[in-house]
Design a protein around this ligand. Structure first.
Ligand code: NAI
Ligand code: SOE
Length: 389
């Protein structure tokens, strides 16, 4: 079996998720498109790099991402750093002839993303942005129902991504609250996952009208280098400014005339990973809640009126990638499975020379939509979004 040697940049939360997926993908998908080799793990913090390499099963560790990009033995660069490094590493990796998967968002805005997109266009390598939620089998199945016309013409999409890990003012000033590192706040961090799902299921977004707010304008500066996503805040620590959005609400117009809305916040007490959508079509409706991610709610206009109502489909072997996962519906699909499927789809695209999805063109388009959302919030006007030329 062909092997693909990977170098991952970043030793945090996503290094754990991606390492687990590289280790286990062939256990689920067999024969695998290629065998992932966890060759090199890089983190700017030497101790984190060595520790993560040992823990997550990487052959070597290092501290400079250029070592990975310049290494002729590496086939795939996996970017799992904070957002400010995505573009620079992706462009260098593509220019060095590597296949690249980048964590989301592709960049800190459309201008930076455009440069990454252009580097991808100039290369024959495979690119992917790690918007993994669309790979939840229930969402992939929703896409199949829509493509088969089962809910007719789509009228609307209403999506949310609500969390509460930063609802406390004591939640530390993670890199996710710094514009120079993150690019934007809840919008880029979690809103873009819903934009990806909206484009995947409904179609291209053509215009937006939005409001964004920053509710907590300063936060305690964290001590140490590990980002614990809201935990470990010290109310007495010195504070610094938050210069990104805490919350965004946007209305959408799609190219195909459908309308929609997206809400994203990390300050919604009681919400953990509340990524939801409901879609109404002329022939039926679909609803999804990631906190119940084994389930898809569907209703069809053709159902017997006496029994019409949302019913629950539990995803299992009969659903996309079901034969690779678990043998009984509702045994449990988790976050890990979305990353395993993502790795499979990336490797399949690399080995077969077919385009991956979402790729860097999608990542660029999503950044254009995100920029338009912030522009609309500032101007109070609808803002149109150009397609890719
Ligand atoms: P994290 O803060 O847990 O880890 C980031 C790591 O990058 C840290 O170990 C840090 O030392 C390292 N790093 C910083 N500068 C570096 C440099 N110059 N060279 C090498 N390493 C460097 O962050 P997390 O949560 O893993 O996020 C990483 C990326 O993944 C972000 O872009 C984030 O938006 C994305 N993400 C995506 C998720 C998804 O569901 N697809 C979930 C969580 C994060
Ligand atoms: C924090 O909001 C976060 O880790 C995001 O960065 C991820 O993209 C999301 O999947 C989970 O929450």
């Amino acid at each position: 079996m062909q092997e693909l040697k990977i170098a991952i940049i970043g030793a945090g939360f996503m290094a754990k998720a991606h390492s687990m997926a590289y280790a286990t993908m062939p256990m689920f998908f067999w024969p695998a498109p290629a065998r992932p080799v966890r060759e090199l793990l890089i983190d700017v913090n030497e101790e984190s790099a060595a520790d993560a390499a040992a823990r997550y099963g990487w052959n070597r560790s290092g501290t400079d991402w250029r070592e990975a990009v310049e290494d002729p033995n590496i086939d795939v660069i996996d970017i799992a750093t904070p957002n400010h490094l995505h573009a620079e590493i992706a462009i260098a990796a593509l220019q060095a002839g590597k296949h690249v998967i980048s964590e989301k968002p592709l960049a800190r805005g459309a201008e930076e993303a455009k440069a990454v997109y252009e580097a991808a266009q100039a290369s024959d390598r495979t690119t992917m942005v790690a918007f993994n939620y669309r790979r939840t089998p229930a969402i992939t199945y929703a896409k199949k129902l829509i493509d088969e016309g089962r809910i007719g013409k789509i009228l609307n999409f209403r999506g949310t991504y609500l969390q509460d890990w930063s609802a406390s003012p004591d939640s530390p000033l993670s890199w996710r609250f710094r514009k120079d590192v993150a690019g934007s706040g809840a919008l880029g961090d979690i809103g873009t996952h819903v934009v990806d799902i909206a484009r995947y299921l409904v179609g291209e977004v053509s215009a937006v009208s939005a409001q964004a707010r920053t509710w907590i304008t300063e936060r305690p500066v964290p001590s140490g280098t590990v980002d614990k996503l809201g935990a470990g805040g010290d109310a007495n620590a010195p504070k610094d400014t938050v210069d990104v959005d805490d919350e965004v609400m946007t209305m959408l117009r799609f190219d195909n005339d459908a309308i929609g809305s997206i809400e994203a916040t990390r300050n919604g007490w009681g919400r953990n990973n509340f990524l939801t959508f409901e879609i109404h079509g002329t022939e039926g409706s679909i609803a999804f809640d990631y906190e119940k991610r084994d389930q898809l709610q569907v209703v069809f206009a053709s159902d017997d009126p006496a029994e019409r109502g949302f019913r629950t489909i539990y995803t299992g072997p009969a659903h996309p990638h079901g034969d690779a996962l678990w043998p009984i519906p509702a045994l449990g699909i988790g976050y890990g499975e979305t990353k395993i499927i993502e790795t499979h789809d990336l490797f399949h695209a690399i080995v077969n020379g077919t385009p991956a999805s979402p790729n860097f063109a999608d990542g660029y388009q999503i950044e254009k939509i995100a920029d338009a959302i912030l522009e609309s919030s500032n101007s109070g006007q609808w803002v149109t979004v150009d397609g890719l030329k």
